[in-house]
Unconditional design. Sequence first.
Length: 129
Amino acid sequence: MSITIHIKEDLEKYLRQRAAAEGYPIDDYIAKMLESQIPLKTRKGRTQHELALLQKINLGLSVETWERYEVLKKKRQDETLLPGEYEELIAISNSIEEANARRMPYLVELSNLRQLPLETLFQELGLQK
């Protein structure tokens, strides 16, 4: 398959020089350059960039911390929380808020990448607002 494009003479000259300097025929050089600008798809159809965003979004607290958080919340509801445990609950709550704040820019970026409203993305990822 071939595509014909019309570019300015000075750009063509520059591209030919770059191709020659890197040891590529002009067609291969331009194809390589274009391919580098288009994200590679993974087996699931997600781009490498999208996968990187998902990894950053999923960074958070350990399972043990979440389990402790649930225990402390239950104790607070049962009104059996000790003063030291109250401080621990506050510290974990702060960590949760910080983790959510850190991942928010990545969620916004992923929402833009997928061209979805943020609320829809939250639903797709099983996140609570």
